[in-house]
Write a protein that binds this ligand. Structure first.
Ligand code: RB5
Length: 144
């Protein structure tokens, strides 16, 4: 799967590990930064990933910051982006199945690299449910 990934300085270490693991697992990873420890602004990366997902340059996006929260708030400002913050695999799976989340946000200060990879793996593998109750609800997400 083609996946675009980014972080701020607070998520750099976990992002690097996820890039390695995703690549090893056979995914095509577009790492658009940050690439240094220098302090930077998470919305810049959230907006860049959101735009690439909406332009269908990548099927899914992953964002890492300290908590995942700022990234998700910024990414969700884009109509068509359904970004979710996950710290557990159950939420990760249901965010795909029920909500068809297309951007996953993770907090490096919240989850370690082991759990981080399990969350990412679960989220990537889970298909969006085609059950009518879920598809109907998803059509009601966007505000006109
Ligand atoms: C950076 O210090 C931190 O605020 C950022 O990584 C993120 O947690 C914001 O939501």
């Amino acid at each position: 799967m083609k996946i675009v990934i980014a972080s701020d300085h607070g998520g750099l270490r976990l992002k690097k590990e996820l890039v390695e693991q995703l690549t090893k697992a056979g995914h095509q990873v577009d790492d658009i930064g940050t690439h240094t420890d220098a302090s930077c602004d998470y919305p810049d990366f959230a907006h860049a990933v959101a735009k690439k997902v909406l332009a269908k340059e990548s099927e899914r996006g992953i964002l890492v910051c300290g908590t995942g929260v700022g990234m998700s708030i910024a990414a969700n400002r884009h109509a068509g982006v359904r970004a979710v913050v996950c710290s557990d695999t159950y939420t990760a799976k249901l965010s795909r199945s029920h909500n068809d989340a297309n951007v996953l946000c993770i907090g490096e200060r919240v989850v370690g690299s082991g759990l981080g990879w399990e969350i990412v793996s679960a989220w990537i593998a889970e298909p969006a449910s085609t059950d009518e109750r879920h598809t109907k609800r998803r059509t009601k997400i966007e505000v006109a």
